[in-house]
Design a protein around this ligand. Structure first.
Ligand SMILES: *Cc1c(COP(=O)(O)O)cnc(C)c1O
Length: 468
């Protein structure tokens, strides 16, 4: 399998190089040169465990990067750590509506599906090449803990995660700082999340540091993150008995999760509709309504992992909508950066409207959705999932086509909102019961790139270095 950049200028690469590169050298994102097809008898995978389904879905994207004797066991190990035997269990909410729980991984959010695999893929490929990588990231909460859980104890990786001191929730901070692993460094910066991000960008953009320490990010534009997420769309279809048509509702920020649903459809999964749920940061919903993508300022909401300005993975969809014309995408993105907006042409807009719908919900709507569901069914959902659920209910047209809502976080990750909505404070799963009492480890540093660089230099191992 070869990969091409959405901006059409960067060289074609194989899977390993795409994994290590992240962003393409022309500023674009890598996508497969062609879509592999699900076999006609894919419906017969229904009896297989999750890891085996994932192997069949993902393997065509790897080409000969890893042998099946490596990749199969890697997937089994990855998903064995999830705390439900079904890995992504489905439940029936009635009226054709189903919920798929994607929060049974180590940090209780769907990002574990991709990042747990990504950590292992990185480690394996780096070992083969005798290389090391230093991961640097900034987090306002969720992504940081998932990335740390993915990289901890990996022999060929060190991870430095910056968070704004005293500005992340207790649960989120503790999910990072209670990880006791020699290659994990939590840095509490005396500043805001934006300060943390600026420092991480400065370090990642420093050519000398990059060369010496093999600096990298694990952000959501990495193709390997998308590909891991395709598997659970196929899984949901199998669990519902391989119906003729199926729809999904996805609480959306960076467009990574719902784009994986689009990929599944490109592979032949009979997806009828993809519903995008937005909170008040509704750039995507406004786009689906108006064909205009327009940046506005980010406002905090009850679903913070969807508080974003630009949905980076959307560029991958645009590339297909514009018949894979990299020059067109380059021009659109340049205009978008310059003007803060672009308007899509009529033809691609018609195509996108044939598949996608968006719906936005305020914090009040979100709380009402959590409360109503609890009173009707006794089920607790987190605020992100509630946005997806509200969107599904808003737009679900045909009750004969099953609609699967992706539950992206465990309710206990957002206990305050859930308690406000229901009067019930959700408890952490048993295997995390000691989270609030374990000792924490973090280094306090000033809001100063030089201080953080000095810390990284003092603790990272050079890219060519050997590990014990
Ligand atoms: C990251 C995240 C999202 C948004 O997913 P995207 O792939 O960025 O669209 C939704 N819900 C939760 C809980 C998340 O952590």
């Amino acid at each position: 399998m070869r990969y091409v950049s959405t901006r059409g200028q960067a060289p074609e690469l194989g899977f390993e190089d795409v994994l290590l590169a992240g962003l393409a050298s022309d500023g674009g994102l890598y996508v497969p040169a062609s879509w592999p097809a699900l076999p006609p008898d894919a419906g017969e995978w229904a009896g297989l465990p999750y890891a085996a389904v994932a192997e069949r879905v993902i393997a065509p994207y790897l080409g000969d990067a890893l042998g099946s004797n490596v990749f199969g066991p890697m997937l089994t190990e990855t998903y064995a750590a999830f705390d439900d035997p079904d890995v992504a269990p489905l439940s029936n909410l009635g009226g054709g509506l189903h919920m798929m729980e994607l929060f049974h991984g180590p940090t209780l959010a769907f990002k574990d599906f991709a990042l747990q695999l990504l950590g292992r893929l990185f480690d394996h490929i780096l070992a083969q090449h005798g290389r090391r990588l230093t991961i640097v990231g900034a987090t306002s909460g969720d992504t940081g803990s998932a990335a740390i859980a993915a990289c901890r104890d990996r022999a060929h990786l060190d991870i430095f995660m910056l968070h704004p001191k005293d500005r992340v929730s207790d649960v989120q901070r503790r999910q990072m700082t209670t990880v006791d692993a020699p290659n994990v460094y939590n840095i509490a910066v005396d500043g805001t999340f934006d300060d943390c991000q600026d420092i991480a960008k400065a370090l990642l953009g420093d050519p000398a540091l990059r060369a010496e320490f093999g600096m990298s990010a694990v952000n959501s534009i990495n193709w390997a993150r998308v590909v891991a997420q395709i598997a659970y769309y196929v899984w949901a279809w199998l669990r519902l008995g391989a119906p003729e048509k199926i729809s999904f509702a996805v609480p959306t920020g960076n467009f990574g999760n719902v784009y994986a649903g689009y990929c599944a459809r490109q592979m032949g999964l009979p997806i009828h509709q993809l519903i995008v749920g937005s909170n008040r940061n509704d750039i995507l919903t406004r786009f689906f309504e108006s064909a205009t993508m327009e940046i506005r300022s980010v406002e905090p909401s009850l679903s913070p992992s969807m508080d974003i300005q630009i949905s980076s993975n959307f560029e991958r969809l645009l590339f297909d909508l514009y018949d894979r014309d990299g020059g067109k995408i380059e021009a659109l993105m340049t205009a978008f950066r310059r003007d803060g907006r672009f308007v899509m042409d009529q033809n691609p807009y018609k195509t996108v409207r044939g598949l996608f719908r968006g719906a936005r919900f305020s914090d009040e709507d979100t709380l009402a959705t959590i409360g109503d569901l609890f009173r009707e069914t006794g089920v607790l959902v987190d605020p992100h999932t509630a946005v997806g659920l509200a969107a599904a209910r808003d737009i679900h047209m045909d009750p004969d086509i099953p609609m699967v809502v992706l539950a992206t976080a465990h309710p206990a990750k957002f206990p305050d909102a859930v308690e406000t909505a229901t009067g019930v404070r959700p408890g952490l799963p048993e295997h995390m019961a000691d989270l609030m009492t374990l000792p924490e480890q973090a280094t306090d540093l000033p809001n100063d790139p030089a201080a953080v660089e000095a810390f990284v230099r003092a603790h990272a191992i050079a890219a060519g270095g050997v590990t014990a």
